[in-house]
Design a protein around this ligand. Structure first.
Ligand SMILES: Nc1ncnc2c1ncn2[C@@H]1O[C@H](COP(=O)(O)OP(=O)(O)OP(=O)(O)O)[C@@H](O)[C@H]1O
Length: 276
């Protein structure tokens, strides 16, 4: 059985809309999501703004429950958050009063790892994300990219099977973003984690994903899942080689085409709502 299964998952929220005040109308954010993710896979989810990407990740993180359908992790329904899933958000969510090392250790405190072992393990993960020597810095003394590295290290330190990432690089400048994409691929290859990664960026999706799930505009459904196989990913290929290859351009175009109508529809919906 797949590591993660979304089985006809629907998520609705109660609405305060004037239009819907009569009956018990609800706002449907996700409608019948079916998606299976294998252990060790890197799956990227793209979709227009407001199509329910974060909601999908929150459900998998156990931060919220589906209205109908099931989400299975290792065959068992997700009923709440757990240490088997690490979450990295767009905003760093680091504790400002703790050092980089202290923030990574924080993730280990809940797991009952003894203090000395915690420090040792935190250093290991600080090294893994390329921050050797920065352990004593506080978040305000680190750049945005470094803070996000700390957030990734913190999520990895307690060794979750699954890493859930909600636009983790969206707030970074282009060069930092690209170098963190490389780091993340390297870490994924080394650790074998299952990664579910959300982004607005088509290039980011093609670069990172083994499969890219394209969602429809609201209510979010999975429109198509595109397997990405970049032959040029072989030994010695740089990020630049990959991004400028014809096959990369082909995938980018395929996903762009799938998204194009959905983005137009999402924008139309927004306009209609603004004029009510
Ligand atoms: N707790 C909530 N209560 C009511 N509506 C919500 C709630 N959470 C999300 N929504 C609505 O559900 C829809 C999907 O939201 P979500 O944040 O999952 O979309 P998204 O695809 O991640 O958007 P973006 O790309 O802009 O971050 C949005 O219209 C949002 O306003």
């Amino acid at each position: 059985m797949a590591k993660i299964v979304f089985d006809s998952v629907t998520k609705s929220f109660p609405t305060k809309d004037r239009k819907n005040r009569r009956g018990r109308e609800e706002f449907t954010a996700l409608d019948g999501i079916d998606l299976e993710i294998e252990a060790g896979e890197f799956v990227v989810v793209v979709g227009p703004s407001g199509c329910g990407k974060s909601t999908l990740l929150d459900l998998l993180g156990g931060l919220t429950r589906p209205t109908s359908g099931r989400i299975l992790l290792d065959g068992r329904p997700v009923t709440g958050p757990g240490l088997d899933r690490g979450i990295v958000f767009q905003q760093y969510a680091l504790l400002p009063w703790r050092t980089a090392l202290g923030n990574i250790e924080f993730g280990l405190e809940a797991t009952g790892v003894p203090r000395r072992e915690r420090t040792h393990r935190a250093r290991e993960f600080l090294d893994l994300v390329g921050l050797t020597g920065f352990g004593d810095r506080h978040p305000h003394e680190l750049s945005g990219g470094m803070r996000q590295r700390v957030a990734i290290a913190r999520s990895l330190a307690y060794d979750p099977d699954v890493l859930l990432m909600d636009e983790p690089f969206a707030a970074l400048d282009a060069q930092t973003r690209e170098s963190l994409q490389d780091e993340l691929r390297r870490i994924w290859q080394r650790t074998g984690k299952t990664v579910v990664f959300i982004t607005h960026g088509i290039e980011e999706a093609v670069y990172l994903g083994q499969r890219v799930a394209v969602m429809t505009s609201r209510p979010g459904r999975v429109k198509e899942v595109v397997p990405v196989s970049l032959g040029t990913r072989g030994a010695g290929a740089t990020g630049e080689d990959l991004r400028s290859s014809p096959e990369f351009a082909r995938y980018r175009h395929e996903i762009w085409t799938l998204l194009h109508d959905e983005v137009a529809r999402a924008q139309q919906l927004e306009k209609e709502e603004a004029s009510v």
